[in-house]
Design a protein around this ligand. Structure first.
Ligand code: ADP
Ligand code: MG
Length: 253
């Protein structure tokens, strides 16, 4: 079966600094892949390359078999137009460490914004769907609250609902709980766990090792812009093969 996401020899440099060094990664539909690794190892850059928020220096990304960000014309590759790229980006919902909600819009308005503006849904359709999503993330009673009236955990759950409103085929999470007070982490992880159980394909950069152990199908350890080790999370966590993985795990577990 064709993988949902396929990353081949992806490299990214900023000036002379090579941040990603020939990354290969395959994600099957319905899989949860957790990416762990020390700060500065290139995890965020990898996620941002997947949806072309960063343009890779070399290598290729395929989503459902289609090259991301580029397309063939004859036997030559060309960068996509902004409109073509925007259609592909809609398939990849992204949730960041900081929640990036529109501060002057309510939770409901945040969620319906893109479906109405980008997808051309009617306000009524989008609102019905948003209410369903708010219910899903446990916030049906917070539809009319502004971000500043919500806790960090609630804001992040709105951000997840907002990403889901675009009906993505793939969800990308970049340390979604790192900015939260410890007591709020669990409610966000619970929503992510539920999404995983419903079969959403997810790539999650996280420091939450117990989430990775329990929920991930695949654990990837990155260091210095390379994938040092990858595999079944229980195997990698209990029996790491590389000294770099062992020393990282010794610090975080
Ligand atoms: P991680 O998410 O694993 O902490 P990042 O992907 O954020 O790592 O960063 C990897 C490296 O790339 C770091 O050394 C960082 O300083 C560098 N980097 C990230 N984004 C940029 C940028 N826009 N310009 C220059 N350097 C960058
Ligand atoms: Mg990061």
């Amino acid at each position: 079966m064709m993988p949902l996401l396929n990353v081949e020899r992806l490299s990214k440099s900023f000036g002379t600094h090579q941040v990603l060094k020939s990354i290969d990664l395959t994600v099957s539909a319905g899989d949860v892949t957790c990416i762990v690794g020390p700060s500065g190892s290139g995890k965020s850059t990898l996620l941002r390359c997947l949806n072309y928020l960063e343009v890779p220096t070399s290598g290729a990304i395929y989503l459902e078999g289609e090259p991301v960000g580029v397309r063939w014309r004859g036997n030559k590759l060309f960068r996509m137009s902004f409109n073509e790229l925007s259609v592909q980006r809609q398939k990849m919902g992204m949730v960041f460490q900081g929640f990036h909600l529109f501060p002057h819009k309510t939770a409901l308005e945040n969620i319906i914004e893109a479906p109405v503006i980008v997808k051309g849904k009617t306000r009524q359709q989008a609102t019905e769907e948003a209410r369903r999503l708010l219910d899903k993330v446990g916030l049906s009673d917070r539809a009319d609250y502004y971000p500043r009236q919500l806790s960090g955990g609630q804001q992040q759950r709105v951000a997840i609902a907002r990403a889901l409103a675009m009906q993505p085929t793939l969800m990308l999470f970049d340390e979604p709980t790192s900015a939260l007070d410890p007591e709020l982490v669990g409610e966000v992880l619970a929503v992510m766990r539920q999404l995983a159980e419903e079969g959403m394909t997810m790539v999650v950069v996280t420091h939450e090792m117990s989430f990775a152990r329990d929920v991930a199908d695949h654990l990837v350890f990155m260091d210095g812009g390379v994938i040092v080790e990858a595999g079944n999370p229980r195997d990698v966590l209990s029996n790491p093969q590389h000294s770099r993985t062992r020393s990282f795990l010794a610090r975080v577990l």
